[in-house]
Design a protein around this ligand. Structure first.
Ligand code: 5AD
Ligand code: SF4
Length: 438
């Protein structure tokens, strides 16, 4: 029996990684079998990202690299954020593509696949902001051996001036808390001990059944028997409430880490970005996190070179870094995106100047992290094993605070991914810790 085969490559964020797990499960349910090379597949799928121009270009490069396979009768599908954003224009740029579907249409995948199988040459699923439904499936093919993702909210209604997500992932829609908890229990029964709750704005979560706030849902997931670590991403400062910090203090399984993207330290720029908070508002939330009984690690995203960002604005971003003392900062140069409100603003800052600002930001942050990480030397941390680095004969994992930890291990059999080890930290670097199992 020769099952239809597919190859799937994923770009972008954790939401996309998890969508792919659901897409794989759905395809397998439809009688497809996943293979790990383009050449071996009947159907080639790309789950794409369009957050910045560079990310978007990747899919067109990939389609171009493999277009010769179209002559062998293989089919191509573009799904995810570029699919939603570009829609039918993708058929113009790559005529051998026969399926284009955004994430808000994945629940219709079986039907879309069937139409493609039946010979339709241009099948689209572009529901965009029309759908109220979430994509839930019991067939999720969980590919990560130690971390299970659960989507709690899809889409985004924030419309930050620079961001494509409201256009690519549709309107905000939350899943019922009972359904989330049921999935968490099922995951625990499968043997997972770490859960990551996902959403473009997890803390905008609004239980359609009215039973639980985000903080209550977070706490309830942390109390599921067998679950030892719960993470959540990504949070918007506007919806970041104090009870989230209280939940972390109260429930040991909630990890001591919050990712709270700020984007800029200048209130003037934040206003232009339509972030709907000021620097002071953000710093108040940081103060709550820092006042917790547990030592909660904080990380963020920053954009440099947003249209109109003056040297003074950028300086405020730098002083914010000093004030918060983040454990990780993901810095990006502003990239103009289709459909977004910022498109009409003049992208006046030269690429070179953006690169310079990003470098200054990263250099400063490196020094901050060097000091932060150095403070762990002598600590004994609980590390969840993610794998091993055989070249350096080290086990790699993460602390509850999400810091990468590499450690030596004396026994001949390496600890399994997903297991926990106590590690004495002996050295610190700006992005990782090193130590030995105790
Ligand atoms: N240009 C640069 N960075 C962006 N991000 C989102 N949109 C853009 C853009 N147009 C960044 C933000 C966001 C992260 C996921 O990507 O910092 O938090
Ligand atoms: Fe990329 Fe944003 Fe889509 Fe994630 S939601 S894949 S980051 S564009």
């Amino acid at each position: 029996m020769s099952a239809k085969t597919f190859y799937l490559e994923t770009f972008g964020c954790q939401m996309n990684a998890h969508d792919s797990e659901k897409v794989v499960g759905t395809l397998e349910q439809q009688g497809y079998r996943q293979v790990d090379s383009e050449e071996a597949a009947d159907l080639l799928l790309y789950n794409t990202c369009s957050i910045r121009d560079k990310a978007e270009q990747k899919v067109f490069h990939r389609l171009n690299d493999y277009k010769k396979l179209a002559r062998e009768g293989k089919r191509f599908g573009v799904i995810g954020c570029v699919a939603q954003q570009e829609g039918e224009k993708i058929f113009e740029r790559a005529p051998y593509v026969s399926l284009v579907a955004g994430s808000a249409s994945y629940r219709r995948l079986p039907e879309l696949l069937a139409r493609m199988e039946a010979g339709e040459s241009r099948v689209t699923g572009l529901d965009d902001r029309e759908t109220e439904e979430t994509f839930e499936t019991e067939f999720t093919a969980r590919k990560n051996p130690y971390r299970a993702y659960i989507t709690i909210i899809e889409g985004c209604d924030k419309f930050c001036a620079y961001c494509v997500v409201p256009y690519t992932r549709g309107k905000e829609r939350s899943r019922g808390s009972e359904s989330v908890l049921e999935e968490a229990r099922r995951i625990a029964e499968m043997g997972y001990t770490e859960i990551q709750l996902l959403g473009q704005n997890v803390n905008s979560y609004r239980d359609p059944t009215g039973k639980k706030s985000f903080a209550e849902l977070l706490a309830a997931v942390g109390e599921v028997s067998g679950i030892r670590r719960v993470r959540f991403t990504t949070s918007h400062p506007r919806d970041f409430t104090r009870d989230i910090v209280e939940a972390i203090d109260a429930v040991p399984a909630l990890c001591d880490h919050v990712h709270l993207p700020v984007q800029s330290g200048s209130t003037r720029v934040l206003r232009r970005m339509a972030r709907e908070y000021s620097r002071e508002w953000y710093m108040e939330r940081i103060a709550w996190i820092k006042a917790a009984r547990r030592q909660i690690s904080i990380s963020t995203d920053m954009i440099v070179g947003f249209p109109g960002e003056t040297p003074e604005d950028f300086e405020e971003t730098m002083t914010l870094l000093d004030a918060v003392q983040y454990d990780a900062v993901f810095g990006f140069k502003y990239s103009a995106r289709p459909n977004t409100p910022a498109l009409v603003m003049i992208d006046s800052i030269a690429e070179q100047e953006k690169a310079k600002r990003l470098q200054i930001l990263q250099d400063r942050q490196r020094e901050i992290q060097r000091a932060n990480y150095e403070r762990h030397v002598g600590d004994i941390l609980e590390v969840m094993v993610e794998g091993n680095n055989s070249a350096r004969e080290q086990i790699v994992g993460r602390s509850s605070q999400n810091k990468p930890v590499n450690f030596t291990w004396k026994h001949p059999i390496a600890p399994a991914p997903g297991s926990y080890q106590q590690v004495r930290i002996t050295r610190a670097f700006p992005n990782s810790l090193a130590g030995e199992a105790v």
